[in-house]
Design a protein around this ligand. Sequence first.
Ligand SMILES: [Zn+2]
Length: 267
Amino acid sequence: MSDSRLAFLGAAGLAKIKSLRTAVVGAGGSGSHLVQQLAHLGVVSVIIIDPDWLERSNVNRVVMSHYGLVGQPKAELLQWRLRRLRSRLEPIVDSVESPDAIAALQQCDVCFGAVDHWGTRHLIEYFCRMAFVPLIDVGMQITPGRNADEPPIVSAGGQVVTSLPCGACFWCMEFLHDDLITRERTEYADGARALQQQVVSINGLLASQAITNMLGLFAGFAGAGGVTRYISYNALDQTMRPHPNLLGVGLDTCSHYRAEGAGWAVR
Ligand SMILES: [Zn+2]
């Protein structure tokens, strides 16, 4: 990588990006793009947290995987594939609730969430908030038509949501709400939860926006309004815009995670 292509970040911005200790939770369709881009940017460390092994059905969206790596832990295969870049890549083949993962999350400068489950998103945000770690979540949803009266794809897209310590959280922005968590629990209990549909192109687009948000937070690569906290992507309209839930949300406060006087700023 030639640093000259990153001159737009300025010397201080580039130094800041390279000094970042990062964590990516989920090494699947979105997480593999995130890890790849962090390593190409040359951040000093990337912790990759994922308890799962690569399956044949994952190969179509886990970038840098191939059929010869089926059966390998996803976090380890990403480390192996990117080992010759400068970042220190550290896989944790365990759940985000494991002591190693929690400790790692709480020591990083920025965390990325790239998981399928709403409950897991809540847990990641909780662990990040306890340690004043900013969190950038990436997720996509495709809703296929259920019958002949509906189009083959009813909706497709996703979102990038940025949760800053002391600022609006996932709950403030109504990205998370009780109905989502309750519905997910009920689907699990009933064994009715369907696999999330995913496609490599949308995963890559949303992961790229998440990394650009990181450049906005830590290297000032954003407009006067700063990083848009809740970005919504509609793949059928090919549009990316601020989510309407942001209207009326106070972005500088949160009533869910109390942190009086703690403050947080880019270090
Ligand atoms: Zn909140």
